[in-house]
Design a protein around this ligand. Structure first.
Ligand SMILES: Cc1ncc(C[n+]2csc(CCOP(=O)(O)OP(=O)(O)O)c2C)c(N)n1
Length: 673
């Protein structure tokens, strides 16, 4: 490298460093030190290796970049601005301010070029694994000899915090097993976290750990400034096709700061006006103005826009040649990348007639397998519970290292990893991802579910064994507060269908929902199939709640509101109440969220405000049911833990019997009269 190149490199690297330091200083909030340490890597990766087009952040075959250490957001924002994305410098000046495009942590859908929301450590790493899996699946499905239309890398930058979080271990272990050669992760090994040195809590050998996960591991020692060494490491990682790569880069947090480099102070607070001045002096940077971008540096960064345009144009030509030879596949590719569903995809749902009493998990498996042929990029699996969650796609092969076109994913016993990976797959686009486990273990993946909601991702969760009714496995496996917890997550639609027909309707809604995740909550135990010639149609699931049946000829004086398996209990209780002169309405309420979306007229028609005698029945925590039963109503549920015994016994012992419902109802009516 000659002198001029070196100077230009340093200019570009320091531009990044001081944009971060100045922006945090101006906001008086944020994390300056990590972008300063990572600046050389960020500069190299984004100007020489990352295949991206700043003028079209949506180009489908771009490399994906994930900043898992989301607190270092200014590294990403600065790179986006410098390389020519639609992120004006003014937005960096407004870092962390109301309405700016530069929120504290990167947010998907908010800032052009941000591929995922990161901040909760470890999630980004798992997203990267999911993106790399989606890439391999789509490559296997769509590429043809001589035509590679899906062929890109996924790059992740992760810090010590990411490495410490369990989700990273889960996702890394799976990525190694799947031999995801196009996944390249950088570990920002700066020895500092918030409380101080990593020695306080982290002595493990990350290199050996990742080698044990079947990754290729390389280390760049020095001080993270050796551009040649970093380049060499990236090139070798790109040449590796058989294993994911981890590149450990020893960096220094707050690089260049005379008093704060290598200290935890550089992690999460502004350097201070005086220290910034000293740091600029130290690195030969003019103290003024703040947010200084030398013309030569900007010009160099902006070359990314030109080369990106060229790369995309080349890809467009390749795609045109592909489309000429494989018009149907090309059409399908466009469709799946747009996230649109093929015409008539739901024909089999319409035809579905359940054969007899069955668990809703079984109905779910049947429906899933009926729609799968029409949705070639519907892929999913479970955290080692497929036989129980009924999530296997029969005859569609397993997604394995040497078989990336299989549609059955095996996440292993890694719920959290599965949650983060599903998000990454949805973020990649092109696939409809689903993942299953027992409802109780949704707790193990909550942080990822929350992020799916936050990012509006179309991910489907299949949560089975949905109540104490699961029986013998006992209280460790019997969900109580999980439904309430899931319902509290914004933008997650929870659907707990009452029978096979509602399950089919729920799957249709789950597949059609593009703007957020859906959790299907399903029974282990058999349930009767509601006779739709007697009751309202199952399609009404889309309203969230609907009148299933009511006493003929008299206005209802009492409403029983039930979900899932308890709908049958409500019907039984209603039958017993009618001869006693009580006019009952039974409302099936598979989804609170869908009901809340209905116009007030509809909601009032189903739950008329003047009928205050209301009883909810759900074999779970009653938390939240006051919303629908009101202060005068009653909520039948289970607020303590469950117990180990056959399901019917547990249900009976905890009061889920028609007799108990009757008793509670009659008591309520007496109190109200
Ligand atoms: C799941 C999660 N737990 C805690 C935090 C709070 N937090 C943000 S950064 C950080 C320390 C991370 O250390 P490291 O990855 O080494 O980052 P660096 O100090 O290099 O910036 C913590 C604990 C978080 N963002 N996410």
């Amino acid at each position: 490298m000659n002198r001029t190149d070196h100077d230009l490199d340093q200019l570009c690297v320091n531009t990044l460093r001081f944009l971060a330091a100045d922006a945090v200083q101006k906001a008086n909030s944020g994390h300056p030190g990590t972008p300063m340490g990572l600046a050389p890597l960020g500069y190299l990766l984004w100007t020489q290796f990352l295949k991206h087009n700043p003028k079209n952040p949506q180009w489908p075959d771009r490399d994906r970049f994930v900043l898992s250490a989301g607190h270092a957001s200014l590294l990403l924002y600065s790179l986006l601005h410098l390389t020519g994305y639609d992120l004006p410098l003014e937005e960096l000046r407004r870092f962390r301010q109301w309405g700016s495009k530069t929120p504290g942590h990167p947010e998907y859908g908010h800032t052009p070029g941000v591929e995922t929301t990161t901040g909760p450590l470890g999630q980004g790493f798992a997203n990267g694994v999911g993106m790399a899996m989606a890439e391999r699946f789509l490559a296997a499905r769509f590429n043809r000899p001589g035509h590679s239309i899906v062929d890109h890398h996924t790059y992740v930058i992760a810090g010590d915090g990411d490495m410490m979080e369990g989700i990273t271990s889960e996702a890394a272990s799976l990525a190694g097993n799947l031999r995801l050669g196009k996944l390249i992760c950088f570990y920002d090994d700066n020895h500092i976290t918030i409380e101080g040195s990593t020695d306080l809590a982290f002595c493990e050998n990350v290199k050996k750990r990742f080698e044990a996960y079947c990754w290729r591991v390389a280390a760049v020692h020095d001080d993270g400034n050796d551009l040649d060494a970093i380049s060499e490491a990236i090139r070798s990682a790109q040449a590796e096709t058989d294993r994911p790569s981890l590149i450990i880069v020893r960096t220094h947090i707050g690089y260049g700061s005379p008093h704060k480099q290598d200290t935890a102070q550089a992690h999460g607070e502004p350097l201070g006006e005086e220290e910034i001045k000293l740091t600029k002096q130290n690195l030969g940077w003019p103290p003024e103005p703040a947010f200084y971008i030398p013309d030569a540096a900007l010009a160099h960064y902006r070359k990314a826009a030109e080369s990106g345009q060229r790369l995309e144009t080349e890809w467009q030509h390749r795609f045109a040649a592909y489309a000429a030879e494989f018009p149907d596949l090309a059409e399908e590719w466009r469709r799946v990348m747009n996230g649109t569903l093929p015409e008539g995809w739901d024909a089999e749902i319409k035809k579905y007639r359940p054969k007899g009493p069955m668990a809703t998990r079984q109905a779910s498996g049947e429906v899933l397998n009926r729609v799968a042929p029409a949705l070639p990029t519907l892929i999913g699996g479970s955290a080692d519970l497929a036989p129980s969650t009924n999530t296997s796609l029969k005859g569609m092969g397993d997604f394995l290292a040497d078989h990336y076109n299989g549609r059955n994913l095996h996440f292993g016993v890694r719920e959290h990893g599965m949650g983060g990976i599903l998000n990454g797959m949805a973020l990649h686009r092109g696939v409809i991802p689903y993942g299953g486990t027992f409802l109780i273990f949704s707790d193990y993946m909550k942080p990822s579910i929350r992020l799916a909601g936050l990012m509006n991702l179309p991910v489907v969760y299949v949560f089975t064994h949905d109540s104490i009714g699961l029986g013998e496995d006992g209280p460790t496996h019997q969900p109580i507060e999980q439904l309430a917890g899931l319902r509290a997550i914004p933008n997650l639609t929870v659907i707990r269908p009452a029978d096979a027909t509602e399950t089919a309707a729920a799957w249709r809604l789950a597949i059609e929902r593009r703007e957020g995740p859906v959790a299907l909550v399903l029974t282990r135990q058999k349930l009767p199939v509601l006779d739709r010639s007697r009751y309202a149609p199952a399609g009404l699931v889309e309203k969230g709640a609907y009148i299933l049946t009511e006493t003929r000829g008299r206005p209802a004086e009492l409403i029983l509101i039930a979900t899932g398996s308890e709908v049958h209990l409500a019907l039984e209780a209603a039958q017993k109440l009618e001869p006693q002169g009580v006019a009952v309405r039974v409302v099936s309420m598979p989804s609170w969220e869908l009901f809340e979306k209905q116009p007030v007229e509809y909601r009032n028609a189903v739950l008329p405000p003047e009928i205050t005698a209301r009883v909810s029945i759900e074999a779970a925590s009653t938390f939240g049911w006051r919303r629908y039963v009101g202060l005068k109503g009653d909520a039948i549920g289970r607020d303590g833990f469950g117990a180990s015994a056959p399901g019917e016994v547990v249900m009976r012992e905890f009061g889920f019997t028609a007799e108990n419902v009757m008793t509670r109802v009659l008591k309520l009516l007496k109190n109200l009269s």
